[in-house]
Write a protein that binds this ligand. Structure first.
Ligand code: MG
Length: 379
């Protein structure tokens, strides 16, 4: 038998359960943008790493998107037109797929993984069939007050479903109508082999599913990064405060507030990640209410601003560049103070100090500079 494998990607459905957008236009679940790629493109990209060829079965409405998706494939792609019912579309695709194994997949399951595809394909190569399925996790019942169905052994079918192509064509010719290819196969050849699916291998079905899919594409959260940098002059007659901790030293940092360059850099990194401007915009040094203020208070305010804008802190990291004093004994206390102000665990606050080899203003103890980075995530 020819053991080459072709994917048959179904993009011929009418998205009939998706409804319309705010301007009354029909929403097409397969061509809607999900973080830079639509569902057809996501499937083509993933399948092209697992198979020798791809057939996209497309409706007229999806044909342009199907042709555009071809550019993401590492293997040959052809596009054929779908039929009236799902099984007509499958059969058009399977006939066009010139391989020993065909692996059929609904493009609406656009977060399918290489593992799920390969398990189905390997099962079909060994046993003639392999269909992705997962255990039913929730209690299932019929409506109208009937008793729950015993879910023991109950499986929820997904795609991909892979088959010996010649046999599948024969089964289709004999079997007629069914909601999936596994059901058609087993009327003729007996039970289909089940392979591993995944709860993330879900099908976009309704309009409300789209934000969930976008969140998933982003890795669960909208994650952003920002940087901050601050320098203050060292002068006699001022306290040296870094990370909210008073450090004994003959010089202190000069500024309108307590001049805590570490916290200022962290605040700028956080605000930068959320594109909320900088510390000077929110806490201007011309405003008398910030004169001599503890920067820890400003850090708490910045953390609340992030929350108001829908973000929480992932982590921060900073480097203090200072020739003297020795900061190592104070690092953990500074981390703790910053973590408490942000309302996160100390393991989310990184901090290092470096000495600049007597070079530049920091090396001559004229100033201290701090550079910080922050990662924030949508709540
Ligand atoms: Mg500053």
């Amino acid at each position: 038998m020819d053991m080459k494998t072709c994917a048959v990607l179904l993009a011929a459905g009418g998205s009939s359960r998706m409804g319309t957008d705010s301007e009354g236009r029909h929403i097409n679940k397969l061509t809607i943008d999900i973080e830079g790629m639509n569902a057809i493109e996501r499937c083509v990209r993933t399948f092209s790493r697992c198979v020798d060829g791809i057939v996209i079965v497309s409706s007229e409405a999806n044909e342009e998107a199907a042709l555009l998706a071809e550019r993401l494939s590492e293997v040959p792609v052809k596009t054929v037109r779908g039929g009236e019912r799902r099984q007509d579309s499958v059969l058009n695709g399977v006939r066009a797929a010139n391989c020993g194994i065909v692996v059929i997949h609904d493009c609406a399951r656009c977060f399918v993984t290489e593992r799920i595809i390969m398990e189905a394909v390997e099962s079909a190569a060994a046993y003639g069939s392999g269909a992705a399925a997962i255990k039913v996790r929730d209690t299932v019942r019929y409506g109208g007050g009937a008793a729950p169905v015993d879910r023991n052994g109950l499986m929820q079918m997904q795609t991909p479903q892979a088959f010996d192509r010649e046999k599948l064509i024969a089964a289709y010719t004999e079997a007629g109508d069914a909601t999936d290819d596994a059901a058609i196969w087993e009327r003729v050849f007996g039970p289909v082999r089940l392979t591993g699916g995944s709860i993330s291998n879900q099908k976009i079905t309704e309009r409300d599913d789209i934000p969930e899919f976008i969140r998933f594409a982003r890795g669960g959260h909208d994650m952003r990064f920002g940087i901050g940098e601050d320098t203050h002059r060292l002068v006699p007659g001022r306290k040296l405060i870094l990370g909210g901790v008073e450090i004994p030293f003959r010089l202190g940092l000069l500024g309108h507030s307590d001049a805590d360059a570490l916290i200022h850099a962290v605040i700028d990194a956080m605000l930068g990640a959320a594109a909320l401007g900088d510390i000077g915009r929110h806490f201007p040094d011309t405003d008398p209410k910030y004169k001599g203020i503890s920067s820890v208070i400003l850090l708490k305010k910045a953390a609340s601003m992030l929350r108001e804008n829908g973000y929480e802190i992932g982590n921060t990291d900073a480097v203090i560049t200072a020739q003297e004093p020795k900061l190592a004994p104070y690092i953990d206390e500074m981390r703790k103070t910053i973590a408490d102000a942000l309302g996160v665990g100390i393991e989310r606050v990184g901090l290092k100090a470096t000495t600049p080899e007597h070079l530049g203003p920091e090396g001559n103890s004229e100033s201290i500079t701090v550079r910080a980075i922050a990662c924030i995530r949508s709540i």
